[in-house]
Write a protein that binds this ligand. Structure first.
Ligand code: G3P
Length: 226
């Protein structure tokens, strides 16, 4: 499973992309609004941080297929690189997906809550579908189970569409999503940190430092290589 950053925060994106093996960034109107700044410079700044080869998924706000297509064209031109326009699934969105794919622009169909939505989105030409794991769990549905169903359907029908699981609130959801066969997960900067932190790891590192210092003092491995 590949990892993307689900954020519109420049500092957080800079930090996570410096230290973690990320494939790209996803945003949505809620995440962008949180930054309370000009939209286009923000998106361009994200592109400059992650580079042209990383995937940048940016959501449209238009309501009709024709307007969504216009926004997709504009975003692709402004943002460049490996770009995917995020479109919430509905009838206009599905129509837009086919039109946008015909122009060679990448499509991520988002706000996916059922495997049928995902299958129809894939048939419409979406490159990615984004099921919302935690929001499903919040309504006593099965977020990870839905991801597993979608992955299985794409496999049964040999579809190229990838599962880009989203909406996570804890590391267990991410872990189970990986086992369920999601191709990618987009997660918040906070969850990246939580995913690698473990008190036993901290304890092990402290032990290495203590033992080393007891023999070699302040010298590091590098000092012996000079
Ligand atoms: O990428 C979609 C995601 O941001 C939704 O997450 O936390 O608002 O449920 P959340």
């Amino acid at each position: 499973m590949k990892y993307l950053i689900d954020s519109g925060n420049i500092k957080a994106i800079e930090h996570i992309s410096e230290f973690y093996p990320i494939e790209g960034v996803t945003t949505n109107p809620t995440l962008v609004s949180k930054e309370k700044t000009d939209f286009l410079p923000l998106i361009k700044k994200i592109r400059s941080i992650i580079g042209e080869d990383a995937a940048l998924h940016v959501q449209t706000t238009a309501k009709t297929a024709e307007d969504i297509l216009e926004e997709a064209r504009g975003l692709k031109k402004a943002v460049g690189g490996q770009f995917y326009v995020k479109i919430p699934i509905n009838e206009e969105g599905l129509k837009a997906a086919s039109m946008i794919k015909a122009e060679g622009i990448g499509v991520t169909m988002t706000a996916i809550f059922t495997s049928q939505q995902a299958l129809i989105a894939a048939r419409a030409g979406a490159d990615f579908v984004a099921p919302y794991v935690n929001r499903l769990d919040n309504i006593n549905a099965d977020g990870v189970g839905t991801v597993a169903e979608i992955a299985e359907l794409f496999d049964i029908y040999s579809l190229d569409c990838k599962v880009l699981a989203a909406s996570f609130k804890n590391v267990k959801q991410i872990s189970e999503t990986a086992l369920a066969g999601a191709h990618c997960a987009t997660i918040s900067p906070e969850l990246f940190r939580q995913a690698i932190s473990h008190p036993m790891t901290d304890n092990a590192i402290e032990g290495f430092e203590r033992d080393w210092k007891s023999v070699y003092g302040e010298k590091g491995v590098g000092d012996f290589l000079l």
